[in-house]
Design a protein around this ligand. Structure first.
Ligand SMILES: [Zn+2]
Length: 409
């Protein structure tokens, strides 16, 4: 007879490793970790401080979102957790803000998923994201020695991954030499490098510079040669497909303005191209991992049902979607021994749903409970980011246009 704190019984359990759920399954949880997961008839005899009969509800491992921007949105971390996302990785922040959020989470005093973060985006002077976002989320580097020093500094602070920003369409970019210096130093320190990018030229730089991961799938046409080279090099892509759709919807509000119209069309075509690119990459044998870019317009601080639908449209089965959102995402973070599947010895991070999310992603909305470290957390309506100040960018565009017309006169 074993004693545990919590026993969950009568559950349909997807453990994240096997394709079929365990019917009438039992999960035994003690001190935040899984003691047993499996069929009722094979379970050891147990005594539990609490027995939770979930009446044939579905249990899946807690989801992992590898691309979010949430530290500046009050309540976003709690929203993720209450909606089944038990681990997040933020990919652009003031590093000290990231450290504070991580510290708060580790203290156990706040309702938060497990926190991983990159800190600021390494870029060159005038490079992405300096043109679009505040300076606290970027860190400028000039030359390979400075690039290496900044990687060392970020590593010493305790960041989990290095992020670089590449946008050849918007302005200057890090050079191949600088990117190589960043990746070499990061790899020496045991860190991976992920890259923001949009087009083929950015993608080429990633390949030449030995980047490990793309934080988006390119949203412009890409040659098969590049996809194949990326696959050969083992590059993983976090597609963030639906972020393009979110921005298209946001800019549609300003369609009457020429710049708003231009942005709306750009994001709308970017969405279609990104979806087509993803399908091609997958067909060629490419590997992806789940991330939403939550924090951008219309993307929830929770499970993105629409992202799952896009992934399915690109050719993934819902079981594959689950795998890239759980165990494969955990492998990308290096925490696969602790989370990512429901196995003995791992933390009890999971979501319980009355209807099966692997029948239809809409069923994520039927969540009845999240568990993190074996602790029960009730659901609440998912939060979305506030509307963006599009007039800021429209004014920038207006100013740029005036300067240009002055120059040409
Ligand atoms: Zn992002």
């Amino acid at each position: 007879m074993i004693s545990v704190q919590l026993a969950i019984v009568n559950a349909m359990i997807y453990d994240g490793r096997h394709p079929s759920p365990i019917p009438k399954g039992v999960l035994l949880i003690d001190h935040g970790k899984i003691n047993y997961v499996g069929l009722q008839q094979s379970a050891p005899s147990f005594q539990a401080a609490e027995i939770l009969d979930v009446k044939d509800a579905y249990i899946i491992p807690g989801l992992i979102d590898l691309h979010v921007h949430c530290f500046d949105h009050h309540g976003s971390l709690e929203s993720f957790l209450r909606n089944g996302v038990t681990t997040i990785r933020d990919l652009a922040s003031d590093p000290f803000h990231g450290l504070e959020c991580k510290h708060q989470e580790l203290s156990g005093k706040t309702l938060s998923p497990r926190v991983y973060f990159s800190g600021p985006i390494l870029t060159c002077p005038g490079g992405y994201p300096t043109q679009l976002w505040n300076s606290q989320i970027s860190l400028l580097v000039k030359g390979r020695f400075q690039a290496q020093e900044k990687v060392k500094w970020l590593d010493s602070l305790g960041i989990d991954v290095i992020k670089i920003g590449l946008e050849n369409e918007l302005g200057p970019c890090l050079s191949e030499t600088e990117i190589k210096a960043i990746t070499t130093m990061a790899h020496d320190l045991g860190k991976k490098v992920t890259a923001h990018l949009t087009n083929e030229k950015d993608f080429e730089l990633c390949l030449k510079g030995s980047v490990d991961e793309l934080a988006h799938i390119p949203a412009r046409p890409v040659s098969d040669d590049l996809w194949k080279e990326a696959i050969l090099k083992g590059i993983r892509i976090v597609p963030t497909i639906h972020a393009h759709w979110g921005w298209a919807c946001e800019w549609k509000k300003k369609e009457a303005h020429p710049f708003g119209h231009h942005c709306y069309l750009g994001f709308e075509s970017g969405y279609k191209q990104a979806l087509g690119n993803l399908e091609r990459f997958l067909n060629l044998g490419g590997k992806i991992i789940y991330g939403t870019d939550a924090g951008n317009p219309f993307l929830p601080f929770g499970v993105s049902v629409e992202e799952w639908k896009d992934l399915r449209q690109a050719g993934l089965s819902l079981l594959e979607c689950l795998s890239i959102s759980t165990i494969q995402a955990a492998e990308a973070l290096g925490c696969q021994e602790q989370v990512g599947s429901l196995e003995v010895g791992k933390f009890a991070d999971l979501g319980i749903y009355t209807d099966n999310p692997l029948d239809n992603p809409e069923n994520f909305k039927t969540i009845i409970l999240t568990l993190k470290n074996g602790k029960k957390i009730a659901p609440q309506p998912v939060q979305y980011p506030k509307a963006f100040n599009l007039d800021f960018w429209i004014n920038q565009w207006n100013n740029g246009k005036n300067i240009q017309s002055e120059n040409t006169q």
